[in-house]
Write a protein that binds this ligand. Structure first.
Ligand code: PEP
Ligand code: MN
Length: 332
């Protein structure tokens, strides 16, 4: 149950109500909320005088539920607004990892040339093998900061574990929580207290219910700026890296109020399939696309097979722009 409390009740009373209902107190800019398990279906009569409104759910997808608040919430990413009634789709591109200053400058220049506003690149990489490149760490974050200042780009970069979550929050404009980190409650709770928007990726073995409930940890921590990113789930198929769950994307669009982002690069695993998939993603009418591109994918230190080279990205971007125009959408 989500309870909207009256603004004028004192904090001691709020705490008493929270204790009585085993709920979480959520402070956001507009109002004070108490969120309890969805098992609570009725408000006790002695609480009624403290309550402005309350909402009952049949699942613990509550703050993210499309039946709560606006059907689609508006998320603020720096100067960019996404979601709500805006019919816009945000393009985010860049390499899997920051590898060097020269490499990230080339990626930033590609964004700048095309008018792409968000540069993506990881500095703390969650690799499958300990012997693979693990990312440039803080040095990489500083390079991304330079790109933001030099090119006016927004930066999305991922947090891998709790050891550096504060540094990522400090340097990023959008904090990405990766598929493998999606279950890390330390990260989820810390991001709930952050003043930066969060892009939460779905774990590849995660149900939609588990995925959205992970987002509830961030929302109930007080951070309203959360986006959900489908990036492929593991199925029996081995010819592609993962299977992009577009049915899942349709579910998230319909049943949650959070902007939905699609990442065709990690799902496909091979650059040849990314442009067609990206167009299918845009046709889904989602709020954003996350696409890996690299100045020279053949020498990339992570995810080399799936990154588009600058020529491939330019061509894809032009075709997406045309498609967006035909669909009366805005690719921003
Ligand atoms: C990435 O975006 O480079 C990444 C590691 O993605 P995921 O967490 O989806 O594997
Ligand atoms: Mn990657």
């Amino acid at each position: 149950m989500i309870i909207h409390l009256r603004k004028d009740i004192d904090q001691q009373k709020v705490q008493e109500l929270a204790d009585a209902m085993e709920g979480i107190i959520v402070q956001n800019h507009e109002r004070q909320l108490l969120v309890t398990s969805s098992k609570h279906k009725q408000l006790a009569s002695e609480f009624e005088s403290f309550v402005v409104d309350h909402f009952v759910f049949d699942t613990d997808i509550q703050m993210a539920n499309s039946f709560y608040g606006d059907k689609k919430r508006t998320v603020q990413l720096g100067h960019i607004q996404l979601g709500g009634s805006l019919n816009n789709t945000l393009m985010m591109t860049g390499p899997c990892s920051v590898e060097s200053e020269e490499q990230i400058i080339k990626s930033a220049e590609l964004c700048s040339e095309l008018g792409v506003q968000v540069l993506r690149a990881g500095c703390f990489k969650p690799r499958t093998s300990p012997y693979s490149f693990q990312g440039m760490g803080l040095e990489g974050l500083k390079l991304l900061d330079k790109m933001r200042q030099r090119y006016g780009l927004l930066i999305i970069t991922e947090v891998r574990d709790a050891t550096h979550v504060d540094a990522v929050i400090e340097y990023a404009d959008i904090v990405q929580i990766g598929a493998k980190a999606m279950y890390d409650h330390g990260i989820l709770k810390r991001c709930g207290k952050a003043d930066k928007p969060v892009l939460l990726k779905r774990g590849f073995g995660t149900t939609l219910q588990e995925f959205v409930q992970a987002a509830e940890f961030i929302l109930s921590g007080g951070n309203p700026n959360v986006m959900l990113c489908e990036r492929g789930i593991r199925t029996f198929e081995t010819k592609t890296r993962f299977t992009l769950d577009l049915c899942g994307a349709a579910y998230l669009k319909h049943n949650t109020n959070l902007p939905v982002i699609l990442d065709p690069s990690h799902a496909m695993g091979y650059a040849y399939g990314v442009p067609d998939l990206a167009r299918a993603c845009l046709a889904m009418g989602v709020e954003g696309l996350l696409i890996e591109s690299h100045p020279d994918p053949s020498v990339a230190k992570s995810d080399a097979t799936q990154q588009l080279d600058p020529g491939q990205f330019r061509e894809l971007y032009q075709s997406l722009k045309q498609m967006a125009g035909a669909l009366d959408m805005d690719l921003v």
